[in-house]
Design a protein. Structure first.
Length: 98
């Protein structure tokens, strides 16, 4: 079919209940800081191991945060940039200063 290679990849951390609860924060359009808290008690070694394995898998998540702009705001910024460039060009060509 026409599926992309990225969509076909298996991502093991997505099988976690914690990841499904945090799916809107993880892999979104921003930064995420996650701390793995462990117990110093020997009786919690299995839980500590599970936490470390999850943290290791979650550390492989890569996001590319970007600014969410309304299309109108994006157009306004683009037009302001063009206006500034045109103004600077006119000043340079005419030899005038502000």
């Amino acid at each position: 079919g026409g599926g992309s290679a990225i969509a076909a990849q298996h991502v093991p951390y997505r099988e976690s209940k914690l990841t499904s609860l945090l799916q809107h924060a993880i892999g979104g359009n921003g930064y995420l800081l996650m701390l793995a808290c462990l117990s110093p008690a020997d009786r919690h070694w299995e839980e500590n191991l599970s936490t470390l394995q999850y943290a290791s898998q979650a550390s492989n998540i890569k996001n590319t945060p970007s600014i969410n702009l309304d299309p109108k705001d994006r157009l306004i910024q683009k037009l302001q940039g063009q206006l500034s460039a045109a103004y600077a060009y006119i000043l340079r060509v005419t030899g005038l200063s502000e």
